[in-house]
Design a protein around this ligand. Sequence first.
Ligand SMILES: Cc1cc2nc3c(=O)[nH]c(=O)nc-3n(C[C@H](O)[C@H](O)[C@H](O)COP(=O)(O)OP(=O)(O)OC[C@H]3O[C@@H](n4cnc5c(N)ncnc54)[C@H](O)[C@@H]3O)c2cc1C
Ligand SMILES: NC(=O)c1ccc[n+]([C@@H]2O[C@H](COP(=O)([O-])OP(=O)(O)OC[C@H]3O[C@@H](n4cnc5c(N)ncnc54)[C@H](OP(=O)(O)O)[C@@H]3O)[C@@H](O)[C@H]2O)c1
Length: 635
Amino acid sequence: MALCNKIFLSITHNLPNTTMTAQVSVSIDGPVPDVPVKNGLNGVNGIPKTNGIHVSNEMNGKPATKAALNGHSDNDFFGHSIPLNHEYAFTPRKLRVVTIGAGFSGLLMAHKIQHRFPDLQDFVQHTIYEARSDVGGTWLINSYPGVQCDVPSHIYAFPFDPNPNWSRFYSSGAEIQQYIKDTVKKWNLDRDLQLNTKVAGAVWEEDSGRWKLTVEKDGEQREEYCDILISAQGVLVHHSWPDIPGLAHFKGHITHSAHWDHEYDYSNKRIAVIGNGSSGIQITPQMANLPGTEVMNFMRSPAWVYYRVPPSKHLGRDVEDANPAYSEEEKQRFRNPDAHKEYRKGIISRTNKAFRLFIKGENNEAACKFGAQQMAEKLNHDPDLCEKLIPKWEVGCRRVTPGPGYLEAFAKPNCNLSNSPITKITDNAVHTADGNVFECDVVICATGFDVSHCPRYPIVGQNGIKLADKWAEEPESYMSVATSKFPNYFIMMGPNCLGGHGSLVESLNWTGDYFVKWIKKMATEDIKYVVPKRSVEDAFVKYGDEVHKTLVWTGGCKSWYKRNRVDGRVTALFGGSAILFHRLISDLRPEDFEIEYNSTNPFRFMGNGFTGYEMEEANDLSYYVEVADTPSSSA
Ligand SMILES: Cc1cc2nc3c(=O)[nH]c(=O)nc-3n(C[C@H](O)[C@H](O)[C@H](O)COP(=O)(O)OP(=O)(O)OC[C@H]3O[C@@H](n4cnc5c(N)ncnc54)[C@H](O)[C@@H]3O)c2cc1C
Ligand SMILES: NC(=O)c1ccc[n+]([C@@H]2O[C@H](COP(=O)([O-])OP(=O)(O)OC[C@H]3O[C@@H](n4cnc5c(N)ncnc54)[C@H](OP(=O)(O)O)[C@@H]3O)[C@@H](O)[C@H]2O)c1
């Protein structure tokens, strides 16, 4: 303390005793010197308020001299003259952050705010609103028989607490959901969570720089406010019923893959499964395996059902099983975090290398040949099935799925396939354009989701613009993480996110880190709001479209990546590799944003001219002194 005072006294005239409080380290960009930039003081505890200078035109009743005004004239062409901020530089302001949704994305945010970046505890008040009665999102919603992940389990997990105990190479939905719940409990991630609470409206208030939320619980609505709104509300959330005449008149049992009815006994029934996306591909064999069922899978277009990298390659042992179980020895090995990391790294390296298959041309053509062979073998080279089921467009154009047991199911006498368009559904049957009628007791719609990205409640940004209107034609975002005209609105799994290859959870994790960088910057630099520039967003979208032309997602298929169109823009996926996406969002690019400050002077965050750090007696005030360097011989 004495040292501090000495330094202070040498540069100020009137420093009374300075009291200190606990420090908070708010490092913005990771491992820069560990210099706390705030110490919790608000600058009133005897710290010089005006650096010894009264910033008024008068001093003790007499006009201020030019020297006392630091040589300034009092002209203020730019409106930058503001009273001194008495806090230490970079003192964070309190921020209320609201996250919508408690799937992987929302829970990752909880972990970041509570654990990964503990300094946030001091100035962030976080709330997660989840419409449903439990956490899990996708894995709570999709509980149909056969649901499992389609990337290896060991890379589909919270990166901060990967699970060494996965029972199989691809985990079941139930095991993933249990893991999510266990992780929530272990890390207390429901501390700030409000279940059964739906966000029903969000309106940006420009004057206060806050979001006004309408929050609904038990049918009652209330208003809440936040400075930063994070959408972790998912894309594959609202299931979509097929637009088939007569569906509503079907008298048997109707269910949807994402709204499964577990009360119903599906055995000994005639079952129509509509759709052969990833969900239909998983459900069909499960229905065919039940006693006494007769199953017809109605497809419109084929899908690649194969492994780019077979489980045996990741496991390092020969296995025939399409979804091998992990042995106790393997689990034991993974319980060593270093060994587990090595194993996960291996899978991720191979997955990232395999991304080259997604470039149109030679590599992809080779993958098509390989995939066609793999599929034909599983179809016992049945010419009719091969013709219907093996795609003629690029591997990866629609989501590739390993689909264990799907192709094999058609070898069973009780499982059949129709690719004739459904014309209508009557009270007891599905009718197709080729004149066939499949009488059935059950219709399962594995017909996907509303993938428009448009929120189902008003999110209203600057000048009254509604997000649903902005995105009505094309959902456009800035790098998937934000969108112009919607200040302080950050998006997980936004349009053009990294959802096409590898594990989404990894990229959601990076996206959370990116949001934290903004949260810290806004809090410590007196920022009212940030919003991507429309011109930059447009440039990002246009450039992404160019990259997409080279990638398989713009191939000849129809897929939800293009909002269920064949020729549409790829709206769901990032135009590029995972490595590129990671690099892009590893740093903020403030130049891409409009930044509005809380005062007319963006340097108000410099406070009283001192950092809280230097006020702590124990702190190293020469941390920037370097060790002598040695010139390298080549330079
Ligand atoms: C069946 C299925 C299998 C999948 N398998 C894989 C896979 O193997 N690998 C992979 O990488 N990806 C997979 N995905 C993609 C998967 O969606 C993501 O990996 C991930 O789970 C998304 O997490 P999320 O938290 O962003 O969104 P979600 O899990 O969709 O969670 C969003 C949450 O927000 C809540 N919510 C929405 N609106 C509101 C509101 N207005 N107010 C309050 N709460 C709201 C929802 O109730 C939900 O709980 C799969 C998707 C599906 C449908
Ligand atoms: N981990 C996994 O294995 C897994 C499992 C499930 C889902 N997912 C994720 O969720 C995404 C969505 O998968 P999904 O299978 O639920 O949905 P989807 O991929 O959108 O598939 C929907 C299916 O329904 C068909 N369909 C829609 N309307 C129809 C109609 N009126 N008549 C006949 N058929 C109709 C579609 O046919 P068309 O193709 O002809 O439109 C398509 O086959 C996946 O791409 C993946 O990202 C992953």
